[in-house]
Each structure stands twice: as C-alpha cells, then as structure tokens.
Ligand binder design. Structure first.
Ligand SMILES: [Zn+2]
Ligand SMILES: [Zn+2]
Length: 150
C-alpha cells in the first residue's frame, strides 16, 4: 500500500479539501467515513494519525489533520521498557533529598499495604502517569498493585 503523502501536491490538496468539505457539511464522523471509503478505492492511502485537538485518529495528509489542520502525531514503532527491581536503602532520601515523612511513619505498621498486608513497594518512574498526574513520587504494592504516594 502506498501513502497519499507521496502523490502530487495538487492532488493531495484536492483530497484534503474534499474531506474538509464533507466535515463542514456533515460532521466529523461522515468525514472519517469518507476517508475510509476513499482508502477502499485507492492504492495511495490517506493515513490516519492521532490528532490531539480532535482527540481521535484522523485522516491526515502530510501529518496535517484534514479536519482541523493541526499537526498529527507521526506513527512510530512501539517501544518497550523493562523495569529492573533494585533495592533502595532509604527511599525518602532517594526521592526527597531534603527529607520527609517515611512511609512507615505515614502508614504505620511497617508500611504494610492496607489492601493486602504485604510491605514491598515499587517506586514508580518519573515518566509514569500516576507520578506525572499526582505530582509527587508514587509507589506501588508489588503484591496487589495498590498505588500510594511517598
Ligand atoms: Zn484534528
Ligand atoms: Zn498490597
């Protein structure tokens, strides 16, 4: 399968304009259907790429959403990471160099998990969503997956 990105500019622009016009007249879903219909009949395919403002995979020509004109996310190969468990001696010094309340102090009971009673915790990486959204270090119970902050 080829991609429409490789065809002549004027021909691409025509298709992008058609999709946009369908959108203006009939809305986003019909425009997506239109692009899918186009793909079923052509060798040069309109790529569907993730558009943030549309919050959807959208027909996108030259990485530009045909509906809202925003730059779409270029497809990339998935990446995989494996976390390696490495014991941390003093987790509070590790995450709060200025010092802070330990998990044992906050939760009592040798930092036993309130859900399952075990007390082995995995410090989540900075990049993980709980940490990003929570805005502080988080750890997860290795046994049951309960997440709590530090
Ligand atoms: Zn869009
Ligand atoms: Zn647990």
């Amino acid at each position: 399968m080829g991609t429409i990105n490789k065809i002549r500019k004027i021909a691409k622009q025509k298709v992008a304009k058609e999709i946009y016009e369908v959108y203006v007249e009939n809305g986003m879903h019909t425009a997506i259907d239109y692009a899918e219909e186009y793909n079923s009949k052509h060798i040069s395919q309109i790529p569907f790429e993730w558009c943030e403002p549309c919050d959807n995979n959208m027909p996108s020509i030259d990485h530009e959403c045909c509906i809202c004109g925003s730059e779409t996310i270029k497809p990339s190969k998935p990446k995989f990471y494996q976390a390696v468990l490495k014991p941390i001696k003093d987790v509070i010094t590790h995450v709060y160099p200025q010092g802070g309340i330990t998990l044992e102090e906050r939760m009592g009971n040798n930092a036993q998990c309130p859900e399952c009673g075990k007390n082995e915790w995995l410090l989540l990486a900075q990049e993980q969503v709980a940490v990003r959204e929570g805005g502080k270090p988080y750890c997860e119970c290795l046994n049951c997956g309960m997440v709590t902050h530090l």
